[in-house]
Design a protein around this ligand. Structure first.
Ligand SMILES: [Zn+2]
Length: 244
């Protein structure tokens, strides 16, 4: 028994590269969508394959085509989103999904604006492969450009029926939940973001401010110094998810 506990601890320590997006050793390819013009294959945690297939086939019985547009994302992919938003190459969105100008904002205000919708590199739940962004392929018109904005998922939105079904489904004990369902003034509520608790729980426990700091000291991102200076506040408002 003691030997098992030691091994288990070592495993957790070694998983810090997964938690911060430094590796893809935990993910496998998964067919996310099978229509031309939309992203087809993504990567997810190998232990998510069966539960996700199960959820997808249950959705299919109700007439929904539960597709995933985003699964695993590496640190460098997240850093390119982050840096692109700060350089103006990518749009930064306001709380209601409109394009926001960063002009005139302080460095920390810029960071706050980006964190409303995008995770800090090294602290994204998408690094873990346990978290996915979903939409209903059956409800999406041809040539529609998926936006992943609240209006698509709330009442009246094209994906609302599938999300209403998910509301009931996630209440049951199948392991999936929405970590960003409530607006706590930090992260915006993302109805499309699902997490698989049996995998994500362990990674969430490993994601501490110290681990993020260690990661960002060796892998620099734009406004790196301001992030480090305000890391505890950022962690509290935008990273920590209370799922107790
Ligand atoms: Zn997401």
């Amino acid at each position: 028994m003691i030997e098992f506990e030691i091994n288990h601890k070592n495993l957790e320590i070694d998983d810090s590269d997964i938690v911060t997006g430094m590796t893809d050793r935990h993910v496998v390819e998964w067919t996310a969508y099978e229509s031309p013009g939309v992203c087809k294959n993504i990567f997810i945690h190998h232990q998510l394959v069966n539960p996700l297939n199960e959820l997808k086939s249950e959705a299919a019985k109700e007439g929904f085509n539960l597709c995933v547009c985003s699964g695993y994302r590496s640190f460098s992919q997240q850093a390119s989103i982050w840096n692109g938003k700060l350089s103006g190459q990518r749009d930064v969105l306001s709380s209601d999904g409109k394009v926001l100008s960063l002009e005139g904002l302080s460095d920390f205000q810029k960071i706050e604006a980006i964190l409303r919708w995008s995770a800090l590199p090294g602290a994204s739940r998408h690094h873990w492969g346990s978290d996915i962004d979903v939409f209903d392929g059956a409800a999406m018109p041809n040539n529609y450009q998926l936006r992943l904005v609240p209006e698509e998922t709330i009442e009246g939105g094209m994906f609302a029926p599938m999300h209403s079904w998910l509301d009931k489904k996630l209440d049951s004990d199948n392991g999936f939940f929405r970590p960003y369902n409530i607006d706590n003034g930090g992260l915006a509520p993302e109805r499309w973001h699902l997490s698989y608790a049996p995998i994500a729980r362990n990674f969430a426990n490993l994601l501490t401010p110290d681990l993020i700091k260690k990661c960002l000291m060796t892998h620099k991102i734009s406004l790196h110094a301001t992030v480090i200076k305000n890391l505890y506040e950022i962690y509290r408002r935008y990273i920590f998810v209370d799922i107790s």
